[in-house]
Design a protein around this ligand. Structure first.
Ligand code: SME
Length: 161
């Protein structure tokens, strides 16, 4: 696996996504342990963008359960009809929330989280395996660039589940 991460010094997120995505693919190559790989992916995203919180929730029985993450402690279980993560799970769509206070049912793990993006991760059978949840301490911090950039990283995850 790769041992160091190169992050270009730019505020242009598209450039950063383009740079780190192949590095993520290289980082997890040859490693079969899912949690180890998910953990390293969250570390890359945290280091590259300084996001407030980055983590995975994985479907287990009838809930989304906290998996690898970087950031402050978070709620461990989310019902499918709760929060932004549950909304992403049930709609099977990427959800961008510019202001979490305006999202009905948002689960506030930290009062510092202001905006977020959550992407579904599909298993090979087409079911939602889990979600990638990224939170920011800034309002309106996510847009289509993030949906696209994180979407490519989710595709890498989908290859190893
Ligand atoms: N924001 C999520 C809850 C998880 S924490 O933010 C880490 C939600 O409302 O689904």
């Amino acid at each position: 696996m790769a041992e160091s991460l190169f992050v270009p010094k730019t505020a242009d997120r598209r450039v950063i996504y383009d740079e780190i995505t192949p590095q993520i693919a290289a980082l997890i190559e040859g490693e079969t342990d899912l949690i180890a790989n998910l953990a390293n992916i969250t570390a890359v995203l945290k280091e590259a963008f300084g996001f407030f919180w980055v983590g995975f929730y994985v479907k287990k029985e009838n809930q989304l359960v906290l998996s690898a993450f970087q950031g402050s402690i978070a709620c461990t279980r989310i019902d499918f009809d709760k929060g932004v993560c549950g909304h992403c799970y049930t709609t099977r769509q990427t959800v961008i929330v510019p202001n979490v206070e305006e999202f009905d049912g948002h689960i506030a793990c930290s009062s510092l989280a202001k905006s977020e993006i959550v992407l579904p991760i599909y298993s090979k059978s087409g079911e939602v395996f889990g979600v990638l949840d990224v939170d920011s301490d800034k309002l309106d911090d996510f847009n289509e660039t993030d949906a696209e950039g994180l979407g490519k990283i989710v595709k890498i995850v989908e290859r190893i589940i």
